[in-house]
Design a binder for this molecule. Structure first.
Ligand SMILES: [Mg+2]
Length: 237
């Protein structure tokens, strides 16, 4: 990766630990629907989780759409005000539990010290401005030369190559001058690779085997922590 001058990151579960935030937000909303409608909370939770998986795989991130679908599948029709209230409660709950990974700031500082330009290519939260607002509130905004929120700033969301190509155009570089770092093979590798970038997957659970991945979804490197990133780029400051 000698030609790399730019390091682009995914956001959720790569720079920021949203596992607990996502679980908590989902549980709070399930609790609300359960008490509003008298449906068992665990039933609501399962339906939300199921809808969430299906929606994400379709690239649909608008929580209004998720909660309308989930309540419809529970046989309930909620008015728009209640749906909006659920969405507000969801993101408030999310924000209260989302944290940067412990190594995030030191890795970003180290890469900057080594002269890399940094960027984020992330998918929309389903509502223009929401994701960018989260990035600002998490306090990392100023590290980045560019932030692309796919779906807000582009027509297509990851894994489509469009947001990656847009990042290269904005920075005025070619694909081989950039590496994209994400946590999810299916979303984070194919589009970046199609745009000619190197790809790195941060696999904190240690469950991926690079030899089992092939073609467009095989990253160049798998690391267990972001802390390993400077080393594989040859940045030793
Ligand atoms: Mg991610």
């Amino acid at each position: 990766m000698r030609s790399v001058r730019i390091v682009l990151f995914d956001y959720d579960d790569t720079l920021v630990d949203v596992g607990k935030a996502r679980d908590f937000a989902r549980r709070v909303v399930a609790g609300r629907i359960s008490s509003l409608m008298g449906v068992d909370e665990s039933v609501v939770l399962n339906v939300i989780r199921d809808v969430e998986g299906r929606m994400e795989s379709l690239g649909l991130f608008d929580r209004r759409v998720w909660f309308e679908r989930a309540t419809a599948e529970l046989g309930i029709k909620l008015g728009i005000d209640l749906i909006n209230e659920l969405v507000r409660v969801y993101w408030d709950s999310w924000s209260s539990r989302s944290r940067l990974f412990p190594e995030t700031l030191s890795v970003l500082r180290q890469l900057r010290a080594c002269g890399y330009r940094l960027g984020i290519v992330t998918n929309t939260d389903g509502e223009p401005g929401l994701k960018r607002g989260r990035i600002r509130r998490d306090g990392v905004h100023d590290f980045f030369d560019i932030i692309i929120v796919a779906g807000d700033d582009t027509e297509h969301v990851k894994p489509h190559p469009e947001p990656f190509i847009k990042a290269l155009q904005m920075l005025g570089v070619e694909g081989r001058e950039a590496v994209y770092v994400g946590d999810r093979v299916s979303t984070d590798v194919p589009g970046a690779k199609a745009a000619g970038m190197y790809t790195v997957i941060a696999d904190r659970s240690g469950s991926l085997d690079i030899d089992e991945l092939s073609g467009g979804s095989r990253p160049d490197f798998i690391i267990n922590s972001l802390s390993d990133l400077p080393r594989i780029l040859g940045c030793n400051r």
